[in-house]
Design a protein around this ligand. Structure first.
Ligand code: FUL
Length: 609
């Protein structure tokens, strides 16, 4: 009804009183620079930690490392860069110097650099190799340059600041365009410092590193470079955890330490491998699953931030194959997620259109053009946008974007879908949009009408896109090479949970229900893993469990109980560590509760030594 009324108003307005073109709204609050806008649209890129720590197994070098250890025998920047590109990343940032002070290029500022290593007989320059490979593959290249330097004797004194500025100058002068420069916030503390082996306190980072001056220098050398950190005198800042998830609501306008309000968006950072930022021996089982990484993507990019995802070369200089496999699966899932917008081309109506001017019409949110936007009149800070698809579609993510060139405005919105003859509000509303939000629905919805109600904004909302996306199935992650006990001698009524085929499953009769396994002999184990049903159904997925053990099959002792979280969104194998290793011949798994109704199921069950 409302839809028809809206159409009628618009039609009447257009027919009887053609209005002069309306003016675009004035920007609200701080707005991004052109290079910040460009950066925010990159969404994600790689981080690459590779240096002397790769050879010592440390995450933070002390500064006195034997740098002759650095000798990647199979390093091929082009190959690594191609891998990142294949995953869909538009660029990467390399740790040209980490806290240990070792420089991966032949800097004139310190001898503690790549020239003093056996790599290419002292003629190597990793920064050059990365920059060349990036250029060749049309990828963006950025550098991380740790302000904290645990090798430099001068660290903490004014001379160090000169050296540090000189390093920035070298990197921004000799290697072509640098799309982002990362100034780590970690600083001060103990280190080798030229042999002093002491703790140094630099006081205030802004004052000591002279960040406002550093920023001015960078702007002169490369005005398009995005500056990370630098006490917020730069362009973007840390998402607040190294897990990649950024807080929501997510605001681009930020109060700098000097009180100024600035446009300073967030970057969520994390590693693809739980072992750390640098490569570590035996790290393969610690690669994060693609489903987990997708959640990280939704919790960073899907909240309006960028994601920098670390993937670390090993001692030979090659990426770890397990990490690459996860990256490729994540890249593929992201590609599929973004490939089809079910709202594209849908007809759209709005509660109000700025000056009734079609250039601010509701259909701008479904035209696939990120620059055009719907907007009501000045002073209107709430409003409704309704879209009608040509035919019903199924989706589980609603994506919204504001035209950030005009500032961040929306403070609250709700999402409704038309179902069974009525509007139903989904548990997917939010409190910020900015560059984009991807709101995941509790379960997929099929409909041909979707409505977004903006219920609070600081100024008239300017919405550039409303998209309906569908999360693709993400393959179960089987690369976890954690050893399992052999199941060959096991006897159980739950044979289908022990057959190594995730597609078949044990099915109980009712909830709760249990199965017992006779291991054939006493075994020692410290963890078990459970794979939920893999047939796409959620009903009957066991999500609460108890695990009991027995020596004789009569006297039982409970060794674990709890919940398998996030199964609906992420039905992957979950490994539960027992509080201490157990010896037993009999094991009983009890399915205490299920997702939705239905008899409990278990697709696979394993024990780990
Ligand atoms: C942190 C550093 O201390 C870590 O080693 C890593 O480089 C990470 C990206 O930033 O502050």
């Amino acid at each position: 009804m409302m839809r028809h009324a809206l159409c009628l108003c618009a039609a009447l307005a257009a027919a009887c009183c053609p209005l002069p073109a309306a003016e675009a709204p004035a920007p609200y609050g701080p707005v991004p620079t052109e290079h910040q806008v460009r950066w925010q649209r990159l969404e994600w890129y790689a981080f690459m930690h590779f240096g002397i720590n790769t050879y010592t197994g440390r995450e933070w070098g002390y500064g006195n490392e034997d740098i002759t250890l650095f000798n990647p025998t199979a390093f091929n920047a082009d190959k690594v860069v191609k891998t990142l590109k294949k995953a869909g990343m538009p660029g990467f940032i390399y740790t040209a110097k980490h806290h240990d002070g070792w420089c991966a290029w032949p800097t004139k500022t310190t001898k503690h650099n790549i020239s003093a290593t056996p790599y290419k007989r002292g003629r190597g320059d990793l920064v050059r190799e990365w920059a060349t490979a990036a250029k060749k593959n049309d990828m963006l290249f950025g550098v991380y340059l740790s302000p904290w330097d645990r090798n430099a004797a001068s660290y903490g004194k004014p001379e160090y600041q000169e050296m540090y500025m000189a390093q920035i100058r070298e990197l921004l002068t000799n290697y072509g365009p640098i799309f982002e420069i990362w100034f780590d916030g970690a600083m001060g503390g103990d280190g080798w410092y030229g042999g002093a082996k002491e703790k140094r306190d630099i006081g205030n980072a802004t004052t000591y590193y002279r960040y406002p001056e550093v920023v001015r220098m960078i702007r002169e050398l490369q005005p398009r470079t995005i500056i990370w950190g630098a006490s917020q005198y730069g362009d973007v800042h840390w998402g607040g955890s190294e897990k990649g998830h950024v807080p929501y609501p997510c605001h681009n306008v930020y109060r700098r330490e000097d009180g100024t309000m600035v446009w300073n968006p967030l970057e969520g950072d994390t590693t693809i491998n739980r072992a750390g930022w640098f490569w570590h021996e035996g790290q393969a089982p610690k690669t994060k699953s693609p489903a987990h990484l997708m959640q990280v993507y939704l919790d960073s990019v899907g909240r309006g931030a960028n994601l920098i995802l670390n993937i670390a070369p090993n001692k030979k200089g090659e990426l770890d194959p397990t990490d690459v496999k996860a990256l490729m699966q994540l890249g593929e899932a992201r590609r599929k997620l973004l490939a089809k917008d079910r709202a594209r081309g849908a007809s759209a109506q709005a509660s109000e259109v700025r000056g009734n001017d079609p250039q601010f019409g509701a259909d701008k949110v479904t035209d696939g053009d990120i620059e055009s936007y719907w907007c009501p009149n000045d002073g209107t800070t709430t409003g409704t946008l309704e879209i009608t698809l040509r035919k019903p579609a199924t989706f589980d993510i609603v994506r919204l974007r504001e035209q950030i060139r005009l500032g961040q405005r929306v403070r609250r919105f709700e999402i409704d879908v038309w179902q069974d003859g009525a509007w139903k509000t989904l548990d997917a509303g939010g409190k910020s949009i900015g560059n984009q939000v991807m709101r995941r629905l509790p379960s997929p919805v099929t409909t041909d009408r979707v409505r977004v109600r903006i219920t609070a904004a600081d100024a008239c909302p300017c919405i550039s896109e409303l998209s309906l996306l569908r999360m693709p199935a993400i393959p179960a992650w089987e690369a976890d090479t954690r050893p399992t006990l052999s199941r060959a001698q096991w006897k159980s009524e739950a044979a289908r949970a022990l057959d190594g085929k995730p597609k078949t499953q044990w099915e109980g009769r009712k909830t709760p229900d249990s199965f017992t396994i006779d291991l054939g002999q006493e075994e020692r184990f410290s963890a078990f893993s459970y794979t939920p049903r893999q047939d796409g159904k959620t009903a009957g997925m066991t999500d609460r469990y108890r695990l009991s053990v027995s020596a004789d099959g009569k006297q039982w002792r409970e060794v674990a109980q709890g919940e398998f979280g996030n199964l609906r969104a992420n039905p992957v194998e979950q490994t539960i560590q027992l509080s201490e290793p157990v010896r037993a011949r009999y094991v009983r798994f009890t399915a205490e509760r299920c997702v939705e109704a239905g008899a409990p199921t278990v697709a696979e069950f394993n024990l780990h030594p």
